[in-house]
Design a protein around this ligand. Structure first.
Ligand SMILES: NC(=O)c1ccc[n+]([C@@H]2O[C@H](COP(=O)([O-])OP(=O)(O)OC[C@H]3O[C@@H](n4cnc5c(N)ncnc54)[C@H](OP(=O)(O)O)[C@@H]3O)[C@@H](O)[C@H]2O)c1
Length: 292
């Protein structure tokens, strides 16, 4: 595909809390940090170039978190893109502490979340965060206490829309009794369908579903993917993304990369359309894996 024809717009749009609308292929900014999602990137210039290229390709939804780096991913977004283009939605998250590389420790206490939102506002140079996600429920903090804190921050005008990550349907239902939930972000791909029922619940209730690790595939999945990709003259990663886009109109994939070349390849998936047979053969992968 000619680079000029690559656009996230071709994936269509998804609504966030009936207030915002974004192109249905976003960008995950976790991989822009150093190894172990820790510290600065090896090549800062390249990381800034990826973010700027994403905007050129009409990506208008960027996912990040205070814990990526920590702080590095948010700082890079502000450095590359501030003042932000009109319509860009930056979705950040809070609820983890980072004692070191590859280490993540829960903290979704009200005090931590309040401080985390202040920190993200400052780093992202925003007066209000469009979409703030509870990164994960904290097993030692009542879930309602974390959600109520985000609702308070929303009432104070610091957050526009509230979202959840790494949750069950029960969590979403409990949270919705407190405040509207605009999106849910869980691990999901054609080969990894633990959260199928959450995708269905989100679709039924007009909640965007943001799959993380959208490009993941094991050996069996890889074989099916490669075969489909060969017959479509597309790349395996593009086929994995095209499957997600077709799975549900509320699906908002956020493939992450530190390379402009991979970014272009991923965004080009917005125009890859699968036939029914191709979609079904990929959908059957989890059963295929289970039967071996
Ligand atoms: N809510 C959560 O708990 C949670 C957890 C994990 C991630 N996330 C979010 O989800 C986003 C995506 O998840 P992820 O980064 O784990 O998984 P991913 O997007 O499925 O995979 C990223 C990996 O694939 C490689 N890659 C990307 N595009 C490629 C291409 N076209 N060809 C070959 N390799 C390619 C990247 O390496 P290169 O840099 O070399 O391209 C990177 O190693 C993250 O950025 C983050 O925003 C959220």
């Amino acid at each position: 595909m000619n680079n000029k024809n690559i656009s996230a717009k071709l994936a269509g749009e998804v609504s966030l809390g009936k207030e915002l609308s974004v192109n249905r292929l976003g960008f995950g900014a976790m991989r822009l940090t150093g190894e172990g999602i820790w510290g600065p990137p090896k090549d800062k210039k390249a990381a800034l170039a990826v973010l700027r290229r994403a905007i050129e390709l009409e990506v208008n939804f960027i996912d990040t978190a205070d814990s990526y780096g920590p702080h590095v991913s948010e700082d890079l977004i502000a450095e590359a893109l501030f003042p932000y283009p009109k319509g860009l939605v930056i979705a950040t998250k809070g609820g983890w502490n980072r004692p070191g590389p590859n280490q993540w420790t829960h903290d979704a206490t009200p005090a931590h979340l309040r401080a985390a939102v202040e920190g993200s506002l400052k780093r992202l140079k925003l007066d209000r965060i469009d979409l703030y996600q509870l990164h994960t429920p904290d097993p030692v903090v009542p879930f309602e206490a974390s959600v109520e804190t985000l609702a308070e921050l929303r009432n104070q005008g610091k957050i526009r829309l509230i979202a959840l990550s790494n949750v069950t349907r029960e969590h979403i239902e409990r949270a919705r009794k407190i405040v509207p939930i605009a999106s849910v972000q869980n691990r999901y791909s054609f080969a990894d369908r633990e959260w199928d029922y959450v995708v269905d619940y989100c679709q039924k209730n007009g909640i965007a579903f943001i799959p993380w690790f959208p490009l993941g595939a094991g050996k069996v999945a890889g074989d099916v993917l490669n075969e489909t990709a060969r017959s479509k003259h597309a790349s395996p990663k593009q086929v994995a993304l095209a499957w997600l886009l077709r799975r549900s109109p509320v699906m908002l994939p956020i493939p992450g990369t530190s390379s402009v070349e991979h970014l272009e390849e991923n965004v080009a998936a917005a125009s890859v359309r699968l036939t029914n047979e191709e979609y079904d053969s990929l959908a059957e992968v989890p059963e295929l894996v289970a039967s071996r």
